[in-house]
Design a protein around this ligand. Structure first.
Ligand SMILES: [Fe+2]
Length: 158
């Protein structure tokens, strides 16, 4: 039994948040990796490598989020079925997507994750008394802000 000063009820709420975060990271990881494989165009070399560096970061994040759920007394999702049930993002199953659309789609997913994390990190602290997860999600939000900035720069947008 986890005895770290967070009630079971609050721990369940935090784990529910972490389940959704983990699922979103998984879907975004898969989309980014798919784009790494399928990107075409004059920027192929740059984008192929750039997507690889982003999915490598996302893979690390997936592990951290899953283990965070264990640290606060919950279980981590361990199946793709659960990931698809818990994600707030849409997968991309289209073929022959152009490079700009790929970058735009990833940027939109990162920004969606950032907006949700901004609320989640506040709730974890103020509603559920879990400052550790709140702090972790703050850093995670910053990582997504950096990835989003890089995608935006590719689109020559501010
Ligand atoms: Fe590869």
């Amino acid at each position: 039994m986890t005895n770290i000063g967070i009630t079971e009820k609050n721990s369940d709420k935090v784990v529910t948040i972490l389940d959704r975060v983990l699922s979103d990271e998984y879907v975004l990881y898969t989309k980014t990796r798919g784009y790494h494989w399928n990107v075409v165009g004059t920027q192929f070399n740059d984008l192929h490598k750039f997507f690889e560096s982003q999915y490598t970061d996302l893979e690390e994040i997936i592990d951290e989020v899953a283990e965070r759920a264990r640290m606060v007394g919950g279980y981590s999702l361990g199946s793709l079925k659960e990931v698809l049930e818990n994600t707030s993002l849409e997968e991309d199953t289209t073929k022959g997507t152009d490079a700009a659309h790929m970058v735009r789609s990833l940027l939109s997913d990162h920004e969606s994750i950032i907006r949700k994390l901004r609320k989640d990190l506040k709730d974890c602290d103020e509603k559920y008394g879990d400052m550790g997860t709140s702090d972790y999600l703050t850093g995670l939000m910053e990582s997504h802000e950096k990835m989003a900035w890089m995608l935006r720069a590719f689109l020559e947008e501010k």
